[in-house]
Design a protein around this ligand. Sequence first.
Ligand code: HEC
Length: 252
Amino acid sequence: MKKNFKAISLYVTAVIAGVVSLSSCISDADSPGLEYTPDMYRSPAIEPYVDYGEFRNKEHVELKSQQSAMRPPNYSIPFYGSDSAKVAMMLPYHRLASSAAALSHGLNASEGWRLSDSLDVEYIKAKADKNPISLTADNKDAIFGKGKKLYTSMCAHCHGEKGDGEGPMVKSGAYAGVPNYKNLTELGDGQVFYSIYYGKGAMGAHAMLLNKEEIWTLVHYVNKFRFDGYGEEPVMEVEAADSTAMTETIGE
Ligand code: HEC
């Protein structure tokens, strides 16, 4: 009985081995034969930033063509779209931080910041930079509305709601040297942008807190404090066709 059992198990093992080895044979000479673990031979092409909406063998349409990878690293700049003006707004700011920022704001070259060699050269050049968001009769309320919201949450605690440099931080004695915007009429729009972006003196940099569109929006809002009647007169380039619309707004 014991002998029989041994003989049978030997026989079964031989049959299984025979079946397995024969089934691996395929007549095509170029074929690798039956693949028992195809994923090991051919790893699936997974593109880390594209989600095909497939997981656990189910298609999830709502996830298709969306980014699937983890959140991009902090300070990554989104860069997409077909509107060239919007895309330009996403591109990095073209002016370098002044070398003074290495001391005052910790923008060290060793951490990848490119700094200008001399102290103020880029700031001076920035005077000529124009605000890419032009103010028109149609968009000015929206721009000033958005500017006010940003200003109230990010700037008013130092600069004061009225832009007079008397925010609660200054009144508490924590900060000093915050200017009244009314005294800053000499600055170009681009310099206002530059200082908000990189910071200046005791003011911190806002490049990582606000995107460029938000900063340019704030430049318009700050101009309301700097120049009486800013945005109410046709100071911006108005095309001839729009001039009647503008006159109506001025009349308000
Ligand atoms: C922590 C306080 C503080 C905050 C917050 C702050 N500022 Fe300032 N800001 C200052 C100080 C101080 C100065 C003067 C810097 C100097 O000239 O040394 C200044 C200067 C400026 C200037 C003049 C820049 C120049 O080139 O002379 C502008 C414009 C300005 N701030 C706008 C803003 C806006 C807009 C915000 C909000 C996004 C903001 N600031 C947030 C403290 C602050």
